[in-house]
Ligand binder design. Structure first.
Ligand code: NDP
Length: 285
């Protein structure tokens, strides 16, 4: 068996951010337009603060305008909705992201519904999920779109491939499966009630794991030559691991993402790309 391709999400994410930066500078020159991303953080959750700061840094790196709103934890639903409405109306804001999770007293559903679908760069508004369903993924959610980029940029044959997605969450499993379907894969979605999961996984040419179970997928669950995208992020005393037992499974894989350094870095790159796309939608045709 040839050496497996270790799909380098860090490098691919850097390539995409460089492509976005080029497009952003072209847009500035040709149209005098600078795409802007507004990120809203409610409360002081330390992990969320890190995510928001990383997004702000990525915006600066690719030349996007970044607008950061940090609201106190006691912010009311009405105050948050008012800010979303204000951002929806602003011409210099092309993308809006409300960092999840929100403090317990706030309901995320009206917030996600309230973001203008054409500014919903996280892709969580049901309109954007619906666009993915009908095969018109204008602003697909970032992690699923990142998985597709990793497959394409690692030379994976998508058309006609048997793809198995383990996990059916609205944020990862379902949108990944629908995007694979749009790429003409034959898609199976597996979940916690699936019978004989190892046998289903052994049928996969492409296996996407989005479960949240540390190294659940073993070498005898996959066939020789499989391409594996591991979305899982499971932290323990032993460190950060995916849903796939990387060291075992790579011996049989054609290509595989590591954790960390696979899907993880892609999410912000795709957020930058979605913000650019949202701004491009505002250009005169
Ligand atoms: P959820 O908990 O929302 O969904 C997990 C899915 O896995 C569910 O559909 C569940 O099935 C299924 N599942 C759970 N246990 C089993 C099992 N034993 N066998 C088969 N299926 C099972 O998780 P998310 O989709 O939000 O995230 C999945 C993983 O991806 C997590 O580790 C998360 O941290 C990571 N993640 C990584 C990101 C990144 O940027 N790299 C971004 C987002 C998530 P059922 O529906 O039947 O309950």
């Amino acid at each position: 068996m040839a050496e497996p391709i270790i799909i380098d999400g860090t490098q691919i994410s850097a390539d995409i951010r460089a492509e976005v930066a080029d497009e952003v500078s072209r847009m500035k020159e040709e149209h005098g337009l600078v795409p802007g991303l507004a990120v809203v953080l409610v409360g002081e959750d330390p992990a969320s603060q890190i995510y928001v700061n990383n997004k702000e840094r990525a915006c600066v790196e690719v030349g996007l305008n970044s607008f950061k709103y940090v609201l106190p934890a006691k912010t009311s639903q009405e105050e948050l909705m008012d800010l979303v409405d204000e951002l929806n109306c602003r011409d210099d804001v092309h993308g809006i992201l409300v960092q999840m999770p929100l403090p317990g007293h706030l309901d995320p559903t009206p917030v996600l519904l309230g973001i203008d679908p054409n500014k919903d760069v996280d892709g969580f508004n049901p309109v954007n999920l619906g666009r993915v369903v009908v095969g018109n993924a204008v602003l697909p959610s970032c992690t699923p779109a990142g998985c597709i980029e990793l497959l394409k940029r690692s030379g994976t044959q998508l058309e006609g491939a048997n793809a198995v997605v383990v996990g059916r969450s609205n944020t990862v499993g379902k949108p990944v499966a629908l995007l694979l379907l749009s790429e003409n894969c034959t898609v199976t979605i597996a979940h916690s009630r699936t019978r004989d999961l190892p046998e289903i996984c052994r049928g996969a040419d492409i296996l996407v794991a989005a479960v949240g179970r540390d190294r659940m997928i073993k070498a005898d669950w996959v066939k020789e030559g499989v391409t594996v995208i591991d979305v899982g992020m499971n932290r323990s005393e032993e460190g950060l691991h995916g849903d796939v037992d990387f060291h075992e499974v790579k011996e049989k894989a054609r290509a595989i993402t590591p954790v960390p350094g696979g899907v993880g870095p892609m999410t912000i790159a795709m957020l930058m790309r979605n913000t650019l796309k949202a701004a491009q939608m505002k250009l005169p045709v």
